[in-house]
Ligand binder design. Structure first.
Ligand code: NAG
Ligand code: NAG
Ligand code: NAG
Ligand code: NAG
Length: 466
């Protein structure tokens, strides 16, 4: 690791020197004429290529030739990996925000370090944040300025039609955050110390619409890599997210209260959920994604502290999940209300996955959660053409539905899951789960109940409040 980062530093330094020479030779004006790069560059290698994304529609139909590029180095950014370039980024943002189709450019070769920053709007339409170099935060909690929020780093706020793209890297310098003694198993003797543990989400989009994130490499986040709250119209395409397998809470992409989302042709390896979906999300398409190692694709946890939660209309298709704890998971707490409905999981390849298909309505972080009478209702869920191998430490199919609110209308078709190694486990678990098998399922699943439960079906129209 050390040697590798040593080589990386030397490599970066030589790139910086080289590009500095070119920069001097070509002069400043060069950057102001440069067309938007990255958006048309060939995609990075990634697993099954999905159809051209349709959600949301591309807000930039024609590549404009008169776009205004605001290079952060023209605003004083040094890009040597140690100077604080925050002011330059803020100034370049302000300038680009004020013109139509403005481009904030962090050029190739630069390693820009900035502190926690909120890039806020409203801005003129068509704004692009073009990252071709490396962008990184201060190195760990000790270097983090006292006055800055420790819960977030790059924040995009109140924007409409914004693109964050390029061939560059967002490097999170997460190691020192993962090693905090409060993190799981990082304390004395493998315990977790109590005390403040807040760590920054690397990239957060908040209350923004028509967002496109494309082409970037996003790695080593202190906590979640990317988070969308209260957004509508999100298109993520051809990005690569990576953090070590044992990095705590490093979810790849998290969605909360966000609608109309497409995540395509993206590769995620990390230490927590590959993609996690919280309450208030609907109309989500995930296609051509490769997860692993990771904790899979997860809906939830939902309904904590008796809250209402609603998730609907999600499709996951042509996706690979490998070396993961959990494959496709729905997790809800006891005592919530609301519903999770209209989910479709189709053409999923599993490789050495623990809990390939799991619904857990008894999610609990402590040992003592009581069973309650209400629950987030799970219904209309389809699993089609899901094949591959599971880790035999637990059954590959597990439906633990609420005692009082059954899971209903679960459709299973062409499911074929075999042990990665060891003995076949042919005892899928179901509790209060109703549905149909359209084909023979491997492992055979005898526990799924036919029809629907004969209880207060009359109150269905309320859709459990969603
Ligand atoms: C479901 O979501 C997709 C986007 O993933 C959208 O195209 C479709 O219209 C939605 N369906 C409904 C019934 O809202
Ligand atoms: C809650 O209900 C489930 C299903 O009936 C049961 O297996 C479990 O033991 C119960 N837990 C508690 C804490 O009562
Ligand atoms: C079962 O769910 C599917 C979608 O997964 C839906 O098309 C169908 O109408 C549902 N059936 C019933 C009886 O609600
Ligand atoms: C339906 O459920 C709501 C909320 O739980 C309750 O207030 C209402 O009385 C129920 N209606 C019927 C017809 O059972």
């Amino acid at each position: 690791m050390r040697i590798l980062s040593g080589i990386l530093v030397i490599y970066l330094i030589s790139i910086i020197l080289l590009s500095h020479l070119t920069y001097v030779a070509q002069g400043r004006a060069h950057y102001h004429k440069r067309p938007r790069r990255g958006l048309s560059d060939p995609p990075p290698p990634s697993a099954p290529v999905a159809d051209p994304p349709s959600v949301p529609s591309d807000p930039y139909p024609t590549p404009e030739s008169n776009s205004c590029v605001f290079d952060v180095t023209s605003f004083g950014a040094v890009g040597d990996g140690s100077c604080d370039d925050t002011a330059a980024f803020r100034d370049a943002w302000k300038a680009a925000c004020a013109v139509e189709s403005g481009v904030v450019l962090a050029p190739e070769g630069g390693v820009f370090k900035i502190t926690s920053t909120i890039f806020s709007g409203p801005c003129k339409p068509g704004l692009v944040f073009q990252l071709d170099g490396v962008l990184m935060p201060p190195d760990g909690p000790e270097e983090w300025p006292e006055k800055d929020s420790k819960s977030q780093w790059l924040v995009f706020y109140r924007l409409d039609s914004i693109t964050f793209a390029g061939k560059g890297t967002v490097e999170g310098n997460g190691q020192k955050w993962w090693d905090l003694p409060c993190k799981p198993h990082r304390g004395p003797d493998g315990s977790s110390s109590s005390g403040p543990c807040v760590s920054p989400t690397m990239i957060r989009f908040f209350m923004s619409n028509n967002i496109e994130v494309k082409g970037l490499r996003i790695q080593n986040s202190p906590q979640f890599h990317m988070k969308f709250d209260g957004c509508q119209g999100v298109l993520i395409n051809e990005i690569q997210i990576s953090s070590p397998k044992l990095s705590p809470n490093t979810d790849g992409i998290h969605l909360g209260n966000t609608r109309s989302v497409g995540i395509y042709n993206t590769v995620v390896s990390n230490g927590d959920d590959c993609i996690s979906i919280g309450t208030g999300c609907s109309d989500i398409a995930i296609e051509g994604v490769t997860c692993g190692p990771s904790h899979g694709i997860s809906i939830g946890s939902l309904g904590v502290h008796n809250s209402q939660a609603c998730v609907s209309n999600l499709t996951v298709r042509n996706t690979i999940i490998r070396d993961s704890d959990n494959g496709l998971r729905i997790k809800t707490w006891q005592g919530g209300t609301g519903s999770v409905s209209n989910l479709r999981f189709e053409n999923i390849q599993m490789e050495n996955v623990l809990n390939c298909i799991i619904v857990d309505q008894y999610y609990c972080l402590s040992k003592d959660c009581r069973n309650e009478t209400s629950a987030v209702r799970v219904y209309d869920v389809e699993y089609r053409n899901i094949k591959g191998t599971y880790d035999v430490r637990s059954p590959p199919i597990h439906f633990a539905c609420s005692d009082t609110v059954a899971c209903t209308n679960i459709t299973m078709s062409e499911i074929e899951l075999l042990p990665e190694e060891g003995e076949l486990l042919d005892d899928p678990f179901c509790w209060n789960a109703y549905g149909t098998q359209e084909t023979l399922i491997i492992p055979p699943i005898d526990c799924l109940l036919d029809g629907s439960p004969v209880v207060e079906e009359s109150n269905d129209s309320a859709n459990y409040g969603c």
